[in-house]
Write a protein that binds this ligand. Structure first.
Ligand SMILES: Cc1cc2nc3c(=O)[nH]c(=O)nc-3n(C[C@H](O)[C@H](O)[C@H](O)COP(=O)(O)O)c2cc1C
Length: 331
């Protein structure tokens, strides 16, 4: 599949997830074979007005490429200026967020608020398209009505204004993440435009990705929550596409990934900030394992890389040692 001039190796895409899809997380997805990773949404205003924390979100590394960087905002000129900064940072694709339904974002007239304003969207897309020449994509929701008519309208505007691909998350803004994603809208958008359509929503199991392509005809599948603590979903989808059988990570592989995540998070954010991320995120990787709640309790208390790695090793050794009767992770 191509997005503009960019060819993707397969059809799997990591969704933008605020507070989650930082460089260390994206590297895990990439390692598992994900064809395209996305940054979390980045404020166009923050970029243009030189917020340091916002600029930090642009940091990238060759190993994760190709990288899609997503911006949000509502002022066409600021969006265009932010787009230039994104290109200068080395991004391969620029994505525009038209789907965020968080109150803080909606209040500024950005994200899904724009789904109600096709003329404004058109202006933004025209300004941004003029300012950069890398592949340009948009990510939309159904809009504000279950019918999805706003999504179809925006998709056609996007195609007419040189957008290279559209991601569709078929839930209304009012739904948030509740209810089921209405995959039939992905199919309707795919029928309405000739540019590639990336389907998104409720791909939790590797089989879901195949079901989504079969049901909608979408060109690629974007996975969000299904990849949290579970980067292996990308290799599993690829295996299924190649006609193979899905394999689940064994204990060694799972804990090696966790150790890699700890180390690269510390490397990227420094030990102090990394420890907060590790405390809140490492538990995701042990879902369903024996005594995982004990591990989650213990990991919440770590404050150094060494403590985190030791705890991970202790838990791994425990799981691999069939004779162990109990676990005292926080001792
Ligand atoms: C914690 C969280 C953060 C998210 N952040 C973003 C974001 O920054 N930009 C965006 O376009 N969508 C964001 N989304 C929406 C996801 O990209 C995706 O559209 C949604 O989760 C549906 O896909 P899924 O069912 O595979 O999770 C976020 C979702 C979650 C749960």
């Amino acid at each position: 599949m191509n997005i503009g001039s960019l060819k993707l190796d397969n059809i799997t895409v990591l969704a933008p997830l605020a507070g989650i899809t930082s460089l260390p997380f994206r590297l895990l997805a990439k390692e598992a074979g994900c064809a395209l990773v996305c940054s979390e949404m980045i404020s166009a205003n923050g970029l243009v007005y030189q917020s340091l924390r916002t600029h930090e979100l642009l940091r990238s590394q060759a190993e994760e490429k190709p990288l899609s960087v997503q911006i949000f905002g509502q002022d066409p000129a600021i969006m265009a200026d932010a787009a230039v900064l994104v290109v200068a940072s080395g991004a391969d694709i620029l994505d525009i967020n038209l789907g965020c339904a968080v109150r803080k974002v909606l209040k500024t007239g950005s994200g899904a608020a724009l789904m109600k304003e096709p003329h404004k969207v058109e202006k933004i897309l025209q300004c941004v398209r003029k300012s950069v020449n890398i592949p340009l994509t948009i990510k939309i929701r159904s809009g504000w009505e279950a019918s999805g008519s706003q999504a179809l309208k925006i998709a056609k505007i996007a195609q007419a204004n040189g957008i290279d691909a559209i991601t569709v998350h078929p839930r209304t803004a009012l739904q948030g993440f509740a209810g089921k994603a209405n995959w039939s809208l992905i199919k309707a958008v795919k029928k309405a435009v000739s540019i590639p359509v990336i389907g998104n929503g409720d791909v939790v199991l590797p089989e879901d990705a195949l079901k989504m392509t079969a049901a909608t005809g979408c060109d690629a599948v974007m996975i969000g929550r299904g990849a949290i603590g579970n980067p292996w979903i990308f290799s599993q989808v690829i295996t299924l596409l190649q006609g193979g059988e899905v394999a689940f990570p064994d204990v060694e592989q799972r804990f090696e990934t966790m150790a890699t995540y700890i180390t690269s998070t510390v490397h990227f954010f420094g030990e102090h900030r990394a420890s907060r991320i590790i405390r809140s995120q490492l538990g995701w990787f042990v879902k369903g394992l024996r005594y995982s709640s004990r591990f989650r309790e213990s990991i919440k208390k770590v404050s150094t890389e060494k403590e985190a790695l030791t705890l991970v090793k202790k838990y791994k050794d425990f799981l691999l040692d069939g004779n162990n009767k109990g676990i005292g992770l926080n001792k």
